[in-house]
Design a protein around this ligand. Structure first.
Ligand SMILES: [Zn+2]
Ligand SMILES: [Zn+2]
Length: 280
């Protein structure tokens, strides 16, 4: 469906593990999944955490004939892939699902995802999936993936590695940077470059600054680092993302309040948040 806006929707904003705790309802408990619906009608999804169930139902209902979905994985830790067996388009024989992820040594992307579809953990095997799946391993750099859409990616520090993405489509730019640990006192230069002047930056905000030193090497960032990246890279809008499963709504709203004093165009992403940008 083509229209005059680019739309961003957060289907899961929690990090590490889903939570249904009553003090976390407003921010939401599903894990990492962000949908980008550009004005050209393409379906682009960042990460396949438990939030991917919702976007899969939403997209699946829209189609009864061949269509494409482009799913970009930052990395393959559980909270970024665990929703994939419940992604409705996998049961549609006319769905073409392209799954992108960082190229790494050892197991291929396909072999890693195959572990999700393996009895006795899940009743279906990858061969039983009705949709056409295509796995694409990405090296850092710029990639065209059709209809004038480009994805620039760069690796960033995280246990087992992870990838940052910058999507450019129809003059709209969005950077997706999650599960990143900046070196103390020094932001990752390649990520700053990736985020340069984007309309929207979605950035790992797992910890308050006070908690960060207690979790060095966990591979995450604080809201202060998000605002520093946003200011240094000249981004227009910042969304804090991938919150600790131990942080209540109050903790996250407190984060947002503090971050806005430094970078006013900051929003703490919450499950269901939808933002529209006029297409030029
Ligand atoms: Zn994560
Ligand atoms: Zn991770």
């Amino acid at each position: 469906m083509k229209n005059g806006t680019h739309r961003l929707r957060f289907w899961g904003v929690r990090g590490s593990i889903p939570t249904a705790d009553s003090d976390k309802y407003r921010i939401g408990g599903d894990t990492a999944c962000v949908e980008v619906a550009p004005s050209n009608g393409a379906h682009i999804i960042f990460d396949g955490g438990t939030g991917v169930r919702g976007v899969g139902n939403y997209i699946g209902r829209q189609h009864e004939s061949p269509y494409d979905v482009h799913l970009f994985l930052s990395h393959t830790h559980w909270d970024h892939i665990i929703g994939l067996p419940y992604f409705a388009p996998i049961h549609q024989p006319y769905a073409n699902i392209f799954i992108y992820g960082p190229k790494r040594s050892g197991n291929s992307l396909e072999k890693t995802i195959r572990c999700l579809f393996m009895p006795p953990y899940f009743p279906m095997k990858l061969e039983d999936i009705e949709a056409r799946l295509t796995f694409i391993e990405l090296e850092p750099g710029r990639h065209n993936f059709g209809e004038g859409m480009t994805m620039h990616c760069t690796r960033h520090p995280h246990p087992n590695g992870a990838m940052s993405y910058r999507l450019e489509v129809g003059g709209f730019t969005v950077a997706y940077v999650t599960d990143i640990e900046h070196t103390k006192g020094r932001l990752v230069p390649a990520v700053l470059e990736l985020c340069r002047d984007v309309d929207t930056l979605i950035h790992d905000s797992h910890f308050h600054q006070d908690d960060l030193p207690l979790h060095r090497s966990w591979g995450h960032s604080s809201w202060e680092e998000c605002t520093s990246v946003a200011k240094k890279a000249g981004v227009k809008n910042l969304f804090l993302f991938h919150f600790s499963p131990n942080y209540s709504d109050f903790d996250v709203f407190d984060m947002e309040l503090r971050a806005r004093r430094v970078f006013p165009r900051t929003t703490a992403a919450y499950q269901g948040l939808t933002v529209e940008f006029p297409a030029s």
